[in-house]
Structures are given as C-alpha cells and as structure tokens.
Design a protein around this ligand. Sequence first.
Ligand code: ZN
Length: 241
Amino acid sequence: MKYQEIVNKIKESPILLIGIGNELQIKAELTGEAVDSVEYARKLCQLAGQGEEGTVLKQYLDAYETIRRLTDGKDYFIVTTNIDGMVERMGFDTERIVSPCGSVYRMQCEEQEHGVWNIEEALKGEKALLCPVCGKPGKLNIVRNKPYNESGYLKQWEAYTRWLQKTINRKIFLLELGEDFETPTVIRWPFEKIAFINQKSAFARVNSRLPQISEDVKERAFSVKESSIDFLYQISELLNG
Ligand SMILES: [Zn+2]
C-alpha cells in the first residue's frame, strides 16, 4: 500500500524536506475575512488552539500535528508558500522553517528601509499596528502587498539554502503537500530538481488536483492524488498503529 510505503521511506530517511502549499492554508471562509487582511490575521490568532473535535479547523491542526510527528528526530526543513503563519506556531523549530511568500504575523512599512516587524502580540489585543520607526500604519508582510519587503524571510532563506547544500548526495525524503502552480519556483520545481539530482532521494507529491510528476524522477517518486489533509490523516493512523 502506498501510504505504508511512504511512511517506511520517511522512517528510513534521516533528512526530511517538507513543502507545504495552498491545500493546507487556513481558508478565508473559516475566519470570515479576506486572506490578506489584518482581520484574517487577528482571527487566526484567536482560533489558534481552539480547534474542537469535528470542526474543519481541527482537521488542519491534526494535519500539522502529523507533520510535526514526522519531523521527530529528523534533520528537517519546512518551506511553505502559505501566509497563514501556521508553521510558525505549530511547534516546529523556527530555525528550520521559511515562508518566502510572507506571513500574516509580520508587518511592513511603505518605507522599505523601516523593515519588517512581528505583530503577533499586538494582534492579541486591540493595539494599533504601527511602524515602530515612523509610526505610520503598516501592511501585512505578504507577497501581494507591493512593494513586498523580502527582509522578512531572507535570513531564513539563506539558512534553507545552506541546509540544502548539506543534503547533497545524502538520503533525503521530500514531502510536498498540496502545492499548486501559483509560485512553482518555490517548492514544485526545486523539489523535482532535487529529486532528479540526488539519487538517494525519495519524493512524494500529494495533491488532490495536481499530483503529476515529471518522467525524469518517476522511479523515485510517489504521486498521490489526494488532498493533503486526507493523506496526513491516513499517515497518522499508520503512525499510531
Ligand atoms: Zn515606517
């Protein structure tokens, strides 16, 4: 069975690279707010840790818990194109995650040189979200808010690049979860390339609509046509068993 095979491969691999995409982003409907709004960020902050049994939110939290269990004892890195900040708050080592499309827990000033600041504490209260340098209202530090201030993620991107270099020719499992084609240069294409170059790698692409894998890497890859949430549920059952 495919799930068991994937679990076995992950267990065998000391190194794990995880890509998390759109299927695992907390949907706007769950918050009642537009994904790029400060209100979405504020709702996410309130929702955190409140996923009751049977709710859709609980399915997301369970999915992340399964990912967290997969990283136990591994040399891992997580790259996400999501902006919901979930990887930043689900118990992962913050030195091992990068979110190059931004995060709703960061804000930027229209003056690029004023940088990026963390707003998680401010979101919990009703504090105004003002630039600490000039006092003007900020915008969320996410890629669709132009000009996008890349200083919010570049330090972690450099850490990711250094980490990747150390994985060359080593046994690595690449787990791509629910990534679409909006920004394929971040996860989809690089993961395929790594799987192609590193002959000791194994690769699983999980996606309900776009699980296709290039011919070049097929022999080392699993294409799983299933939503990432359902896939992770199946995986968690096997980890429990
Ligand atoms: Zn400013």
